[in-house]
Design a protein around this ligand. Structure first.
Ligand code: NDP
Ligand code: GDR
Length: 370
């Protein structure tokens, strides 16, 4: 029997990787996309199937996690074996500006999915994956962080995800549902949203090397994150739903790196050696040497700190212990940080080479500063 999966947030980074992964496993995949005034399906365009084709395995439905009727109707129509609840307002800094909306989507949105499954009588059929996050750990309580580490979220996003975590546990215990939390540490890829720090850095490094941009403005360079590759992490989501009993799992690489070091690695990938000098908001990165194809003058300032990217409350260090996932799920990441940085920088370089041709041809190109 073909299994049917429903993915909320299918147009996001993880949704795009997960949809591909499930299709490759023979699933019929349904995704929820939001209505937008422009096309917003870039990340899944290559797996999109025209509804007029004969054999369709991938279906898109208009929807929104703030709309209970819509969520319930889609679940009723699809009758999924598995739901992956990835939809969220996922930007930590933006959550300080939109706390109520973040709570509505990230916290209550999760409740809407769980309650729809319950009201529709699907508790014994439908398994649910909840996209929980290392942001639950927030202020350091223990290093490394594992399933038993106490939570102390540091943003409206983290707090909303805390509700989602516990409501998932509660529905599992109260109604015997197969519902579990993947507590995923940061994971990145060439499909990562442009305003998250890794992608912001790899895009800017490529653009600076190509002469399309002068300076990259960043916030806290000392923050440490445990960065993995989204491709590895979506496999862990699926594995969590294939177990006998529903449980919660930490997914992480076990290596933590500063934002500064990530930036150094990204520029190094292009043959540009950086030297960081100064402290706090005065800190900047200058070109120390160029080894490859791109010739930037030594001493050129390429990174500056801009306090507008500082957060009211910061998460200083994240490093995860994924022993439980290794032992019980047999999960092991294929990518390390260097392979991740290499892939992201290469793809961004390719992307912006097109802009360089346009610029050389006298066309105006867009500037990016977020
Ligand atoms: P993205 O921001 O790339 O994708 C988020 C998805 O949610 C997009 O498809 C977005 O739609 C959709 N969405 C946003 N608001 C709503 C809404 N109101 N109703 C329905 N859908 C909505 O996130 P990622 O793919 O990186 O992350 C996936 C999930 O995993 C998120 O829940 C995130 O919080 C969580 N997570 C992510 C981690 C990471 O490092 N990437 C780590 C741990 C957890 P649109 O495209 O229209 O904006
Ligand atoms: P994070 O990711 O907050 O960990 O949440 P992000 O890449 O936004 O920030 C990581 C760290 O980098 C610091 N930083 C900057 N961040 C951004 N976005 N822009 C900057 O210019 C900048 N300069 C420094 C931040 O302060 C922070 O310390 C991500 C999201 O995917 C969440 O949805 C997910 O739950 C967590 O990862 C795990």
């Amino acid at each position: 029997m073909t299994k049917r999966a429903l993915i909320t947030g299918v147009t996001g980074q993880d949704g795009a990787y997960l949809a591909r992964f499930l299709l490759s496993k023979g699933y019929e995949v349904h995704g929820i996309k939001r209505r937008a005034s422009l096309f917003n399906t870039d990340r899944i365009d290559d797996i999109y199937q025209d509804p007029h084709e004969k054999e369709i395995h991938f279906f898109l439905h208009y929807g929104d996690l703030t709309d209970s009727l819509n969520v319930t109707r889609i679940i009723q129509e699809v009758q999924p074996d598995e739901i992956y609840n990835l939809g969220a307002m996922s930007h930590v800094q933006v959550s300080f500006e939109m706390p109520e909306y973040t709570a509505n989507v990230d916290a209550l949105g999760t409740l809407r999915v769980l309650e729809a499954v319950r009201l529709l009588g699907l508790t014994q059929k439908t398994r649910i994956y909840q996209a929980s996050t290392s942001e639950l750990y927030g202020k350091v309580q223990e290093i490394p962080q594992k399933e038993t580490t106490p939570f102390y979220p540091r943003s409206p996003y983290g707090v909303a995800k805390l509700y989602a975590y516990w409501i998932t546990v509660n529905y599992r215990e109260a109604y015997g549902m197969y519902a579990c939390n993947g507590i995923l540490f940061n994971h990145e890829s060439p499909l990562r949203g442009e305003t998250f720090v890794t992608r912001k850095i790899t895009r800017a490094a490529a653009r600076i090397a190509l002469g399309l941009q002068d300076t990259l403005y960043l916030g806290n360079l000392n923050a440490r994150r445990d960065w993995g590759h989204a491709k590895d992490y979506v496999e862990a989501m699926w594995l969590m739903l294939q177990q006998e009993k529903p449980e919660d799992f930490v997914i992480a690489t076990g290596v933590t790196t500063t934002v500064r070091e990530f930036a150094r690695k990204a520029f190094e990938e292009l043959g540009i050696e950086l030297h960081f000098e100064g402290e706090g908001v005065e800190e900047q990165a200058i070109v120390a040497a160029c080894h490859g194809d791109f010739k930037l003058p030594e001493g050129k300032v390429v990174i500056k700190v801009d306090p507008r990217y500082f957060r009211p409350t910061e998460v200083d260090v994240l490093i995860g212990d994924a022993s439980k996932a290794r032992e019980r799920l047999g999960w092991q990441p294929a990518y390390d940080l260097d392979a991740l940085v290499k892939e992201m920088v290469r793809e961004d370089l390719q992307l912006f080479e097109r802009d360089r041709y346009l610029k050389e041809g006298g066309h105006k190109i867009q500037n990016y500063h977020e």
